[in-house]
Design a binder for this molecule. Structure first.
Ligand code: NZQ
Ligand code: ZN
Length: 388
């Protein structure tokens, strides 16, 4: 195991009715004037936004609001939010929604206290300063409620890029599984697929002897394989929703990723798909993961064989471990398909003729992607072709 530091001080309020603690939590973490930031209207229709405002009113916290965050959030609304926060002297940003509303809130929180262009952070500058952020989560997926990350798409060139820094870790996150019961099955499945991807990206490591985090990752994937079909069959299954919601947080606050190298090439390759075709991130990952894993299996056959046996229940073929590895990847492919995810480029709405451009943008800057293995632009192009 490698040396590491781990400091993840987000306060979590989990369970039924916890959104009514929003006002007191904003107060506890020093907010007096809040920007409430949300998406395309699901939180208005469900009545959640009204309950959040009531809680802020009861705590005597003033607020302004800005809705309209799109999935795969765009830079244009971030600039609007920054202007609003500066004009209104906002001192706390509250995201009500999913990963997109949270990531847009993080970008606004950083941009408000930075003299330059917030996009600098999405070109590699570490995020060291931001207004405090709180979240009321409505979908278990991105894990942004506990992560120090944010992903934004710059409209000019449709560049989707991430930024990171401890200042991006929310001060508090409210996780009420009931709030996810209004999700359509497709969005629920996209979320589960993203959670599984966050676990696989950490599992694909070159660090030896990381049994504790290996086992944590395996357990969380197994839990998703068990719980996801329950919520697809019954969207109101509170207990299954609760299990998925906590797994989404655990999968991405890095408790399973410390002390080990990680991959993240599936995410990089997927981000080009959701940037260009505006597909859901989880749906893109359902198509991307099996292709990437198939392409890089030879780099460490035994790692893929291990997860095949421990998670997917495959029989170990000691004479031909590559067969076991392949069986595990096929089991993953079958699972994401069984919960309604797309299986190839066509089902995702992606086009073969765009492949060279996708590979080029994915490798922009260095001409390669480095994670579990090093992938050249040609390798990335080959991986996209495996998705046809
Ligand atoms: O916009 P509204 O109307 O709220 O509808 C949303 C949106 O259409 C809807 N939705 C959310 N909660 C709902 C609901 N509909 C009904 N009932 C509810 N309770 O679901 C749709 C998707 O929402 P979104 O916020 O986009 O989903 P998700 O949480 O999957 O976030 C995706 C974004 O997060 C990024 C992705 O790249 C993508 O841009 N990621 C962020 C990460 C991070 N910050 O750590 C890591 C991830 O790997 C990921 O890249
Ligand atoms: Zn993801």
């Amino acid at each position: 195991m490698e040396n590491f530091t781990f400091y993840a001080p987000t306060y979590f309020a989990f369970g039924r009715g916890t959104e009514m603690q929003t006002g007191s939590l904003v107060k506890r973490f020093g907010g007096s004037k809040v920007l409430i930031h949300y998406g395309g209207g699901s939180v208005v229709r469900s009545g959640l936004l009204d309950r959040v405002k009531k809680s802020l009113d009861e705590a005597g916290i003033a607020y302004v609001e800005l809705g309209g965050v799109k999935p795969n959030p765009r830079s244009g609304l971030v600039y609007e939010g920054i202007d609003l926060c500066k004009k209104e002297n906002v001192d706390f940003v509250l995201a009500v929604g999913g990963g997109s509303a949270i990531d847009s809130s993080k970008a606004i929180a950083a941009g408000t206290v930075y003299d330059g262009d917030f996009w600098d952070y999405y070109e590699g500058k570490p995020v060291e300063k931001a207004l405090p952020i709180g979240t009321v989560l409505t979908i278990a997926a991105a894990g942004s409620e506990g992560s120090p990350d944010s992903v934004i798409t710059k409209e000019e060139g449709m560049l989707k890029r991430g930024a990171s820094g401890e200042a991006y870790r929310p001060k508090f996150s409210i996780l009420n599984p009931e709030l996810t019961q209004t999700l359509p099955p497709y969005q629920t499945a996209c979320g589960v697929t993203d959670i599984i991807a966050h676990l696989y990206e950490r599992y694909l490591t070159n660090t030896k002897d990381v049994e504790t985090t290996d086992r944590m990752i395996e357990a969380l994937i197994l839990a998703m394989v068990n719980e996801a079909p329950k919520v697809i069959a019954d969207p109101n299954d509170y207990e299954a929703r609760a299990n998925i919601m906590w797994a989404g947080m655990m999968a991405h606050n890095n408790s399973c990723g410390v002390g080990r190298s990680q991959d993240w090439t599936s995410h990089g390759i997927e981000h080009e798909l959701s940037a260009l075709y505006d597909c859901a991130h989880g749906a893109g990952l359902a198509v991307t993961m099996p292709a990437v894993f198939t392409y890089v299996t030879d780099h460490d056959v035994m790692r893929f064989a291990q997860i095949a046996v421990r998670v997917w229940g495959c029989q170990m073929d000691f004479a031909h471990p590559e067969r076991t590895a392949k069986a595990g990847i096929e089991a993953l492919r079958r699972f994401v398909k069984s919960i309604g995810m797309p299986a190839n480029f066509e089902e995702l709405g992606a086009k073969e003729e765009d492949i060279p451009k996708l590979a080029q943008t994915a490798c922009l800057g260095s001409g390669k992607m480095v994670g579990f293995t090093e992938l050249s632009e040609k390798d990335v192009e080959n991986i996209y072709r495996l998705m046809l």
